[in-house]
Write a protein that binds this ligand. Structure first.
Ligand code: PSU
Ligand code: MN
Length: 335
């Protein structure tokens, strides 16, 4: 049955740690090194829909207090659509799946004092008993370890402009190549090289589809000038793609790109101008590596007088609603 397929997948996902931790277990049981909220653990046990949420978007992607408000609202939207939210972060060195409101606030207040944690950084943050805000790559990794197949974010990282020289290519893309989780996002920002990012995703064997459109969206705007490799029409359609991926025992992930709602895309060209200026400043200030994205996000927000933040919040909320519906459809398919 679909359920046994899912438990095979989960066993596969948890087998590596099962050998190293006596507490490690199968579906819905806490791994020794992970702390799971009772809601998430309960939902895993009975196969109820769950949506993973990342935390870099809280700490590094938005200023306080909008980040705290948004983090809470995302969880409400996921619940209203029938799924259990599982915000993922590392607190005092412990990877946590599902945070309390207090923990969300701690992270929101820490801001960039929390370490931006990509998958390669998880061990460093655990060993140093630090607070880590997980990026798409780290959140995918942790979600897959406990068997959560659906993950909602705003935008993923990509191939940076001039990446062919700097080799600055987000590990989000390689994690998508190696981790069977479906990421629901609004595409990628035009601060990145969108055509090269799509090429790289193909090389990484990532299943990419745009939601109800032929074009791959560019985060603040609905269009990027790049055709998406595939199109999906509904949450049910997305769920069937995820279900097929599980049956196929694919080791790579899925990227579902949901365009920003039309009413929030209006300021897109204004934001695009600000992006160009921020990119110029980043080059002048020699801001590189993983400091680049947070710098650009903050600067674009200043330059647009907050318009980019409002758009950002609107699109993540939309993604949360679509993602929760996908998780609900998937749980139904797997009954
Ligand atoms: N893109 C956005 N907003 C974000 C990020 C990317 O539009 O908040 C964050 C995500 O957490 C993503 C990370 O996983 O930045 C990618 O960072 P880097 O480019 O350093 O890999
Ligand atoms: Mn990078």
């Amino acid at each position: 049955s679909a359920n046994s397929r899912l438990s095979i997948l989960t066993r596969h996902l948890t087998s590596a740690s099962a050998t190293s931790s006596s507490k490690a277990g199968s579906h819905g049981q806490n791994l020794g090194w992970i702390k799971m909220s009772p809601e998430v653990s309960g939902a895993l046990k009975c196969g109820s829909p769950i949506v993973a949420l990342e935390s870099t978007i809280i700490s590094h992607g938005m200023p306080y207090p909008q980040n705290f408000e948004t983090a809470k609202e995302l969880e409400v939207i996921v619940k209203e659509n029938g799924a259990v939210p599982a915000t993922i972060a590392i607190l005092d060195g412990v990877p946590c799946i599902g945070l309390t409101t207090e923990e969300l606030e701690t992270l929101a207040r820490l801001g960039s004092k929390a370490r931006k944690t990509a998958s390669r950084d998880i061990a460093i943050v655990m060993a140093g008993r630090e607070n880590g805000a997980t990026t798409v790559s780290a959140t995918m990794y942790l979600a897959s370890k406990v068997g959560i197949p659906v993950f909602v974010t705003g935008g993923i990282g990509g191939v940076h402009r001039h990446g062919e020289n700097t080799m600055d290519i987000s590990s989000d893309l390689t994690e998508l190549g190696n981790t069977p989780v479906a990421v629901i996002s609004a595409g990628i920002k035009s601060i990145l090289d969108i055509p090269r990012t799509l090429e790289y995703l193909e090389t990484q064997r990532v299943t990419v589809a745009a939601y109800k459109t032929d074009e791959f969206p560019a985060f603040f705007t609905q269009t990027s000038g790049c055709k998406a490799p595939a199109r999906v029409e509904s949450p049910e359609h997305c769920a069937r793609v995820i279900d097929a991926t599980i049956r196929l025992e694919r080791k790579s992930g899925i990227l579902i790109a949901v365009p920003i709602p039309r009413e929030h895309a209006a300021s897109g060209s204004l934001i695009e101008l600000a992006i160009q200026q921020a990119l110029q400043e980043a080059r002048e200030k020699k801001i590189i590596g993983n400091a680049e994205t947070p710098f650009l996000l903050a600067r674009v927000n200043e330059l647009t007088g907050g318009a980019s933040l409002a758009s950002n919040i609107a699109l993540v909320k939309n993604n949360a609603s679509v993602g929760a519906k996908i998780a609900v459809s998937l749980a139904q398919l797997q009954k």
